[in-house]
Design a protein around this ligand. Structure first.
Ligand SMILES: [Zn+2]
Length: 219
């Protein structure tokens, strides 16, 4: 097991659960079979579990098994700046105050992309809700995750917790999907539906090509 842990320390650059660099992984359980040795390791920062496997024969690490934090994967449709802030926020979950700041920057970048760049962050969110670019519920959610706080007015406030950072990331992901992913999907859906309609129109004309359909229309 000592061998496993050394290999784990070499290979696992970040905890896949909380994102901390060079995580201190503590062996919690193991199983030695005929062919392979398995071990579970807990991150001392967040208690997230990673399963590792070594092959006896080669004494080499055969693989890690862990649940990817898929819920925070940024969509390719996110604007590049917002995507970068979002991804860095996810990687900073071990430092929640930093993650929250980066997440706010992601929100600012998204709002700027759709034309809101003036005033405080929350006034921009309220404006977007007034203009029906986002729903009133989303503005309410933004306030609940703390985006209505004045950036300079943090006196006496406690530092954000990991829970706060998760809540903020949930909001950023939803906002990004609403503003950039959802419209793309709708556009693609409409396009596919109209293509299918065209195809069935062609079928109804006994397999005539598009050009002959057009000339039929002109006659
Ligand atoms: Zn961790």
């Amino acid at each position: 097991m000592v061998q496993d842990r050394r290999l784990l320390g070499m290979e696992l650059k970040r905890c896949p659960h909380c994102g901390i660099e060079n995580p201190n992984m503590v062996n919690t359980a193991g199983f030695k079979g005929n062919d392979r040795t398995w071990g579970t390791y807990a991150c001392s920062q967040c208690d997230g579990i990673v399963l590792a496997c070594t092959r006896q024969l080669f004494d080499q690490l055969a693989g890690f098994y862990h649940q990817q934090p898929q819920e925070y994967a940024a969509d390719a449709s996110f604007p590049p700046r917002a995507k970068a802030f979002f991804e860095q926020a996810v990687q900073s979950l071990n430092a929640p105050a930093g993650a929250v700041m980066l997440a706010s920057s992601a929100v600012a970048a998204m709002l700027k992309e759709v034309g809101y760049s003036e005033g405080s962050l929350y006034s921009r969110i309220e404006q977007a809700a007034d203009d029906k670019v986002i729903s009133d519920d989303m503005a309410l959610w933004a306030s609940w995750v703390g985006l209505d706080k004045d950036e300079d007015d943090d006196e006496g406030d406690e530092l954000p917790t990991t829970e706060d950072a998760h809540r903020m990331l949930d909001f950023v992901k939803m906002l990004g999907e609403w503003l950039f992913v959802f419209p793309e999907k709708v556009k693609r859906g409409i396009q596919t539906a109209s293509d299918e309609e065209d195809d069935s129109a062609l079928d109804n004309h006994g397999g005539k090509g598009r050009a002959s359909l057009l000339s039929d229309g002109l006659d």
